[in-house]
Ligand binder design. Sequence first.
Ligand code: G1P
Length: 292
Amino acid sequence: MPKPAPVRKAVLPVAGMGTRFLPATKAVPKEMLPVVDKPVVQYAVEEAKEAGIEQFIFVTGRGKHVIEDHFDHAYELERLLSSREKTEQLNSLLEGLPASGSVSFTRQQRPLGLGHAVWCARHFVGNEPFAVLLPDDLLVGKPGALKQMMQVYDKVGGVIVAAEEKPLAEVERYGVIDPGVIKGNVIEVKGVVEKPKAAKAPSRLCVIGRYILQPEIFTELDKQDKGAGGEIQLTDSMAKTIGRMPFHAVTTTCARYDCGDKVGFLQANIAVGLSRPDIAPALKAILKSVKF
Ligand code: G1P
């Protein structure tokens, strides 16, 4: 097989209202809630950068402008830190910045679902493959999840999703895969259904928030009817491309934390904190001393 076209662009849907985190998310987008000391969305951008992504397309909504500010220079702050020789803090600001001109923002004007959010990015993506990262899903590991998916993509091309096996009671929260041939951590996808009832789920293998998609998806999204939850589902449009191009799921070595969920978010903070040499000793001591 010839080497597939490179994936240079990533779409990050960040229009969700974050109602599960009220009142914290009344004035602050949920994607800006910090895991230790970085907003959730920054982890996704760093993961994408590591995987070779050059263009970041955010699909935002009302009240999300601080995400734009976050990925821009903060001159006063940078000057202040520089004049006080706070090099470490200054570097932490500069390291997180994507290159000038590599970030675009478009708005999903109405909350019609993930498929619609991705469709809103169609003119920015154009006619080339692209990645989608759902920042709520924090994937921690080395190499990052998208890079692991890219390694598979370079061999098989087509559509790739990240997947994880879930308990049967939880499958109705996810896109669920009908698996075909399994080779190591790469699973052929014969079908995929959004949020099925446990009894109707084709497996327990669930899509988690990382995708490599082909531009043909936009032709399907153009005419996609509402699906589960009355929303335009990305899963439904992906399912329609099966048979026309390769479609695989990859189980990565990364740990996944659902930062859209309160317990998942706390778990992410503890896990990332424990992985950080500057924080782990004190955090471990506190966790040991907690009385239940
Ligand atoms: C979305 C997708 C779903 C996927 C999930 C992963 O659902 O529609 O297929 O399994 O993300 O987090 P949501 O969590 O937005 O309901």
